[in-house]
Design a protein around this ligand. Structure first.
Ligand code: MG
Length: 351
């Protein structure tokens, strides 16, 4: 985190305000330094951050590095099962983990709206650190900018993650092969429905919680037991249907889903039915799709189900040859239908 040296600096005495973010907190001057010293440093504390230089210098094993970045604009900031801070850490940790890498470091960029309560920022930072600690990653560099009142919804967070990819590991959507099994680590749609409910837009009560969680531990266990995994991908925006369409296109295969095996919580199914949503298209933030040779599927399911984030893992489909680039579904009625990509935005600002 860039801590400006304000020793001997001559600048206008800023208005101090203890409770809220003011424009001066983005000045790069004393107030910005105070904000870092009061809110971020005590929570994220680590040697790279404490050094206070323009960038962090850290050690990673030699070899290939996986990097992923994501901006988080979820509204509202807090929702059942998570908040923007937990989401910002888990989302990026998971994207690095999907490449078969062990996430090690994160950076965090904050866009803060003038008037944001410092207590809210503190709560978000604490949640980020709790998620980072759970994932075993450090937040080693950061940035804070402030925009005028009304120009942002409280705060936005960008995170970038870094992790080393072990030698010989090659995962990606293009690796799916005919004969592979498709597994999902748990129920669909929990995150999207939880955020929607938190906006008070449902018109009725539901106890659905976001599944927002760091999956790197579960994935490390899976890859240790089943190194032959071909694809890992988290079905976030656009849900399982859209993610599998991407993979079918990348690998020029056909993926067939088994409707009766698709895991959906009854509460999510009920909300989806009332609103006319299909859980296959609703976002998840703590689930992974695993595509691997059929003969490894049973072992992979056992490993996933041992983790608290994979307890409801299921075999949901198989990879075939044609029609290439398509996702099909064998319905509970025994018919087959096409499962398309999500067109447009179904639920805006859910991550
Ligand atoms: Mg992803």
């Amino acid at each position: 985190m860039d801590i400006p040296d304000v020793t001997g600096a001559v600048c206008p005495v800023p208005l101090t305000h203890d409770e809220q973010i003011v424009m001066g907190h983005g000045s790069g001057g004393k107030m910005a330094a105070d904000l870092i010293a009061k809110i971020f440093l005590p929570v994220f504390d680590n040697p790279a951050l404490r050094a206070g230089d323009d960038g962090a210098v850290v050690e990673l094993p030699a070899g290939r590095i996986a990097v992923s970045t994501d901006s988080h604009v979820v509204y509202p900031l807090f929702f059942p099962g998570g908040d923007i801070g937990r989401l910002a850490v888990c989302g990026t940790v998971n994207d690095v983990a999907m490449m078969g890498a062990q996430p090690a470091f994160l950076t965090a960029g904050f866009i803060l709206e003038e008037g944001l309560a410092l207590a809210t920022l503190q709560r978000v930072a604490a949640s980020m650190q709790a998620a980072a600690a759970e994932a075993g990653v450090q937040i080693i560099s950061g940035d804070t900018k402030v925009v005028q009142r009304g120009k942002a919804d409280g705060l936005y967070i960008n995170t970038t993650g870094l992790g080393a990819v072990p030698p010989g590991r090659k995962l990606g959507g293009a690796q799916a092969q005919p004969g592979d099994a498709v597994l999902l680590s748990g129920s669909m749609g929990d995150h999207g429905i939880a955020v929607l409910a938190a906006r008070g837009e449902l018109g009725f009560e539901t106890d659905v919680q976001s599944d927002c969680a760091p999956l790197n531990g579960l994935i490390a266990d899976l890859l240790a037991a089943c190194p032959a995994v071909h694809v890992l991908r988290d079905p976030t925006r656009g849900g399982v249907a859209t993610t599998l369409n991407e993979i079918a296109t990348q690998s020029a295969t056909c993926i067939t889903l088994f409707e009766k095996n698709l895991p959906v919580r009854p509460a999510v199914a009920a909300v989806c039915e009332m609103l006319g949503f299909d859980p296959l298209y609703v976002a998840n933030e703590g689930k992974v799709l695993v595509i691997l040779p059929r003969e490894n599927a049973d072992l992979a399911l056992q490993v996933l189900r041992r983790s608290k984030y994979g307890a409801d893992a299921a075999l949901i489909g198989e990879v075939g040859q044609s029609p290439q680039g398509r996702v099909l579904m064998k319905t509970a009625l025994g018919t087959t239908r096409v499962v398309d990509m999500l067109a447009g935005e179904m639920l805006p600002r859910i991550c």
